[in-house]
Design a protein. Structure first.
Length: 53
């Protein structure tokens, strides 16, 4: 999300800052979730590979 787009929509700087902060928290949470899922996938793949060796 870009500040310029929100500014063109007529939002105040305070509103934009609030939206950007919320968006940042959402992105951080989803990034952590993706990282956790990748780690689980990697562990599961290693486990399965070890079973068939």
């Amino acid at each position: 999300m870009k500040r310029e787009v929100l500014k063109k929509m007529g939002l105040t700087d305070e509103q934009i800052n609030s939206i950007m902060e919320t968006n940042g928290h959402d992105i951080e949470a989803l990034t952590k979730q993706a990282s956790d899922l990748q780690a689980k996938y990697d562990d599961d793949t290693k486990s399965l590979t070890a079973q068939f060796e």
